[in-house]
Design a protein around this ligand. Sequence first.
Ligand code: NAD
Length: 344
Amino acid sequence: MDCIGAAIIGCGAIFPLHAKAIAELEGVKLVAVVDTVLAKAEEAGATYGCAALTDYQAILDRPDIQVVHVCAPHNLHAEIAIACLKAGKHVLTEKPMAENLEAAYRMVETAEQSRGQLGITFQNRYNDSSVRIKETIDSGVLGKLLCMKGIVTWYRDDAYYRNSPWRGKWTSEGGGVLINQTIHTLDLLQWFGGPISSVKGSVTTDVLDQVIEVEDTAHACIDFANGARGLFYGTNAYLVNSPVELELVFEKGTLIQRRDSLYLWQDGIETLLTEPSLNPGGEKSYWGMSHGRLIADFYAHVRENKPFWLNGAEGIKALELIFDIYRSASSRQNPAPDAITMWR
Ligand SMILES: NC(=O)c1ccc[n+]([C@@H]2O[C@H](COP(=O)([O-])OP(=O)(O)OC[C@H]3O[C@@H](n4cnc5c(N)ncnc54)[C@H](O)[C@@H]3O)[C@@H](O)[C@H]2O)c1
């Protein structure tokens, strides 16, 4: 494969990160951008010097496009990814894979039968701190992992939801803070902890109940098959976007991610292990700044015809965890009369 041709579908908030990452890759050319809003497609096309289209179907039979980036609303990920995979394209979709599990399983199945690869954008797995944590767990140097906590306190106001009306609705976003914002942290917790044995959670809409149908706040207690426990809290109801906090307690020390730096606490001494990545431009630090790394890795796998590791089967795990939290929340938020009596 000489030059790889790319297309991006959806020219909204996340679009520039994908377009810039492609522009920085040798041997990859952005051939077309697609947005149903013509003005957005034209602006993006003019900025990156490529064709501007309004219907993604128009790229399916184009032989000059081998890779498609899906940056559209959640409920379109499966439809677009499946159409592109069936047309033999490689697909890199933004998180979450889909707005529900049934659609995500169809994506995995289609990818298995396609010559194209399916990759999921969990860019935080490429952060220096995440890589260091995973290496520490796998090496066993700190002994057994005992427990973890992940805390995400971000801010999304009315305007965020009103500007993109697909957000905030069960049918199009598929959920709220869990499926859109904290999915990265939940993905890291499940990546670090391994197979999950049980999940209990709760969801609530604390602040934006007049604006959105979905939850703005959630918590979960996640038990892993290896005996470790993960506690999670996430909200969009804070008034700033704080850096994600992570703590992993091992038998012989504790890893702490604070303000995007990773520290080791051991024998009463704290040591800095990794510093925050530099912002390469445009990336919001609280999103994680590793889109460029993930996208470069995806293209390297495509070019070398090797299976990309962060594929559908891997990316669906965070979605399964999220739907376990929703299921748990819905069963616990309709408590039996006996339980209500007990709480009083
Ligand atoms: N990985 C991350 O950290 C991260 C951060 C932000 C957003 N995202 C994800 O990126 C995706 C897009 O989010 P966003 O914030 O850019 O949303 P957005 O609303 O800003 O942009 C979505 C764009 O898709 C366009 N669109 C809608 N239907 C379309 C169709 N049928 N064909 C082509 N374009 C269509 C809209 O007109 C809009 O321009 C979501 O999946 C979101 O969760 C990921």
